[in-house]
Design a protein around this ligand. Structure first.
Ligand code: PEP
Ligand code: MG
Length: 838
């Protein structure tokens, strides 16, 4: 045995089996590490060496040990045994105790497991990041407890942030995951990014599997859904900060993301369709007519045998560099849609995922070619993700396959399939479309997208809708047989594809497309003009903005300024608050993009669904009802002081206005005003800033009259107002369809707030998501709202909708809506009104 090496003795009596024969991809593909599996003939698991027990699975079916040399060993009894929830297992040791080789650790009911577990095979795994490799193993033979099983030797790899913490004691914590869609790609990527610069090692365990928190892929592979608890083990000098980062990442979508990605409620595939019409899931709304272009994905050839580890390692690194450069360009492109930038960022994280790389590297070390190794590494992970129950996690398989294609194309550029030139209005058909393929297509030529597979929440769906391309997913394999070049009607408003429409139908559909296009062009052309109702009442239309790029898009789309700058994006996903200078720099860039238009800066709306790790906010049973919005700012006066100073320091023609979130009464406004007065004194000669109050709590809506006396304007946040009026969590997936701001109770409060504002000579704005629904704009005007702040892309339509009606018509519509029984009835009314049926 080499110096520093060690021997693991068999922890079980049974048949020693190669890992590749374990019918579970996570073990077979060595995603957790190398080892062997034992098919037990006895019922007690023993310590394979002297070690410390560092983790015991909640379901008592698995343990992790750490040897004095820092090598971590996972002992996992049976497969899918987590589902037994502890039945049939008896733990014979305790967490954090030192055990000697041969000590009994766990007893299990062999007969019960034989009947109820998928397999009794018990993997003994040397953790991937332990920096030990197996140099000899007892395989394909009967072993007894205490007999030789594995010989390990150190890899000699330098300690990295990924290495197990030999010195620092680990902190253990349990965290309930409250992300609406579980631990999916984006929060996993955000967590990895947040931890990268911390001196801490973090492992997260769930379902009997453990993942290095730096690995997005491994985290996704845990398959953690909303409401489940994970076990977090943190060590290192910055362990507390790391734990906070974990808590933040596992308990909240980023505010920007949560606000942007309100997923459309899933629309089931239609089954009531005549022959020749295919039903699909609406991935991006719209209507299109055009010729079919079948996009077949050609697998780039990937030879298996490499030209030596050194050459293949260099080739893989070179290809990844090329892909990284392209993705980084896309992630930072000022003119790209936000969704494209966000997806590029997620792909960048995956590209540098340590476990993917390790898996590819291990194959290269076995003599495989770079492309083959990369594909195999990706496929091992997609197999695990694809088997998960959570549809969103399964859809992330596309992202990995996308990355596989991109790296293979960079490795073999000559063989990468060229994209065909597209005819105008092409309806692209593919089994599944990858985000990079969609970005690479000539967007101006694409009329629509049809995929045989996929769903409404895939990255392609998000991209297509951000690019304004109608898309249907899950149309089934039949769509792949629609003849190339044939003209089809894609109705992604109602969820179907007409494969062979009659000449008459085609003509009618083309006329409808032309009409829609003309209306959109007219709206765009008129967007720079003032917004007025048909009889001349002036309505201001501003934009909600979260970045400099969005501020530019707002101006392009005719926004009269920014009605809501959510400043949280500056404060999230980092380890300390941005300095006043840093904040001013960003506010200034946005102000400059707006020219002389007003910029409404909302003070930090932290807490609730937007926790900020470094604020050390106390754990709350009901965060939405806790320390959030202005309450957080008042609880951290320095934070508020710094932010006000940063806003006041913005120079130039744009006028900054201040907006206060989550106000409940006038005392909070008075407190902020007194801090503002003190800061203002540091800027002699600077005109006073106007201060607005958000109406997003029932209390503020009821007290709008009092608030209008101490504020310069009111701005109604329909997202939170709806959540609090209806008592429905805004992130609750099952309540999403009912959480509708068109509920008559919410509308009544909007009317009340607008009336109160006018009574005191103030204007009333709406900056919640309802202001971004063009059909709802006349209703809001009728309720008394005189300013709307919408997402930049819809501003032309919002203005156009308002221009169609007189103030009297808007008021009549509002009166009708207030009499209805629920939001669905109001929606129906608005649709009829928009179509001119009323
Ligand atoms: C709102 O609540 O409507 C609002 C605009 O604020 P946010 O969505 O950022 O909470
Ligand atoms: Mg809000």
């Amino acid at each position: 045995m080499s110096v520093g090496g060690m021997v693991l003795k068999s922890p079980l009596a049974g048949w020693s089996t190669p890992l590749e024969e374990v019918p579970d991809e996570a073990f077979a593909a060595r995603m957790l590490g190398d080892g062997v599996a034992i098919d037990p003939t006895h019922d007690t698991l023993h310590a394979p060496c002297d070690a410390e027990v560092i983790a015991i699975a909640a379901a008592h079916h698995a343990l992790t040990l750490r040897t004095p040399q820092g090598c971590e060993i996972l002992l996992h009894v049976g497969l899918d045994t987590v589902a037994l929830q502890g039945t049939g297992f008896e733990i014979l040791t305790r967490l954090n105790t030192r055990v000697r080789a041969g000590d009994p650790l766990l007893r299990f009911d062999l007969d019960f497991l034989a009947q109820h577990a998928r397999s009794l095979l018990t993997p003994v795994i040397v953790s991937l990041d332990s920096r030990f490799r197996i140099v000899r193993r007892a395989l394909e033979r009967q072993v007894q407890v205490g007999e030789f099983l594995l010989e390990l030797e150190p890899t000699g790899a330098p300690a990295t942030a990924d290495a197990p913490a030999a010195a620092a004691p680990a902190q253990l914590a349990r965290v309930a995951v409250t992300l609406a869609h579980g631990l999916h790609a984006r929060p996993a990527a955000r967590l990895a990014a947040a931890l990268r610069n911390l001196n801490a090692q973090v492992r997260i365990a769930a379902h009997g599997r453990e993942a290095n928190a730096l690995s997005t892929v491994a985290l996704m592979g845990l398959g953690v859904s909303c409401g489940e608890e994970v076990e977090v083990r943190v060590s290192g000098t910055q362990a507390p900060a790391a734990l906070e980062a974990v808590r933040a990442a596992l308990t909240s979508e980023s505010a920007a993301h949560a606000a942007r990605s309100v997923p459309a409620p899933p629309v089931p595939v239609r089954t009531d369709l005549p022959a020749g019409v295919l039903g699909g899931v609406i991935a991006s709304r719209g209507f299109a007519v055009g010729p079919i272009v079948q996009l077949r994905r050609v697998q780039a050839p990937t030879p298996e045998q490499g030209a030596g580890a050194e050459a293949e390692t260099a080739a893989l690194a070179g290809a990844r560099d090329a892909v990284r450069e392209r993705l980084a360009r896309r992630a930072g492109a000022g003119d790209a849609v936000d969704a494209a930038r966000e997806i590029a960022r997620a792909h960048l994280e995956l590209l540098d995922d340590p476990e993917l790389l390790q898996a590819a590297q291990a194959r290269i070390a076995q003599g495989k070619a770079a492309g083959f190794a990369w594909r195999q590494a990706i496929r091992a992970h997609t197999a695990v993700l694809g088997a998960l129950e959570d549809a969103r996690l399964r859809e992330r398989v596309d992202d990995l396959l996308d990355l596989e294609t991109q790296v293979l194309a960079a490795l073999h550029p000559a063989e990468a399939p060229a994209l065909p030139p597209l005819p105008a209005g092409a309806i692209i058909v593919a089994r599944e479309l990858l985000p990079s393929q969609l970005v690479a297509l000539d967007g101006g030529q694409v009329g629509g997208i049809c995929t045989a597979e996929g769903g409404a929440t895939s990255h392609v769906a998000i991209l297509a809708s951000a690019m304004g391309i109608p898309a249907l997913a899950a149309l089934g394999a039949q769509v792949l047989g629609v003849p190339e070049g044939s003209c089809v009607v894609l109705d992604a408003e109602h969820g179907f594809l007409e494969q062979a429409p009659s000449a008459q139908r085609l003509a009618a559909a083309r006329a409808l497309v032309a009409q829609q296009r003309a209306a959109a062009t007219a709206a765009q052309a008129a967007a720079q003009g003032e917004c007025r109702t048909r009889d001349g009442t002036r309505i201001q239309v501003l934009a909600n903005v979260g970045s400099v790029a969005e501020a530019r898009a707002a101006v392009r789309n005719g926004a009269e300024g920014c009605g809501l700058l959510r400043t949280e994006f500056l404060f999230l996903d980092r380890q300390s608050a941005p300095t006043p200078a840093e904040q001013t720099h960003t506010y200034q860039q946005i102000a400059d993009a707006l020219g002389a238009r007003p910029l409404t800066v909302r003070t930090l709306d932290a807490g609730g669904d937007k926790p900020i790790a470094y604020l050390k906010l106390p754990a709350e049973a009901n965060p939405a009802l806790g320390l959030r919005g202005v309450r957080t700012s008042l609880a951290y006066p320095q934070l508020l002081h710094d932010q006000l100073r940063a806003i006041l320091a913005v120079a130039g023609p744009a006028q900054c206005r201040l907006l206060l979130p989550m106000i409940t009464d006038v005392t909070e406004v008075a407190q902020v005003r007194s801090v503002l007065d003190a800061v203002q004194a540091e800027f002699p000669g600077r005109p006073a800033m106007s201060v607005g109050v958000m109406i997003e709590t029932p209390a503020s809506a009821v007290l709008a009259g009092e608030l209008a006396q101490v504020a310069d304007f009111l701005s109604i946040g329909t997202n939170d107002l709806t959540q609090y009026v209806l008592a429905m969590d805004r992130l609750h997936p099952q309540l999403a369809a009912r959480l509708d701001a068109l509920h008559p109770a919410v509308l009544a409060l909007i009317a009340r707030a607008a009336q109160a504002a006018h009574a005191h000579g103030r204007h009333a704005a709406v900056c919640g998501a309802l202001a971004s629904e063009p059909d709802a704009a006349p209703l809001l005007v009728g309720l008394g709202v005189d300013e709307l702040s919408a997402v930049p892309g819809v501003i032309p339509q919002v203005k156009a909708q308002i221009a169609r009606f007189t103030l009297a018509q808007c008021r009549a519509l509002a009166q009708q809506a207030l009499q209805l029984q629920g939001a669905p009835a109001v929606r129906k009314l608005l649709a009829a009104h928009a179509q001119g049926v009323l």
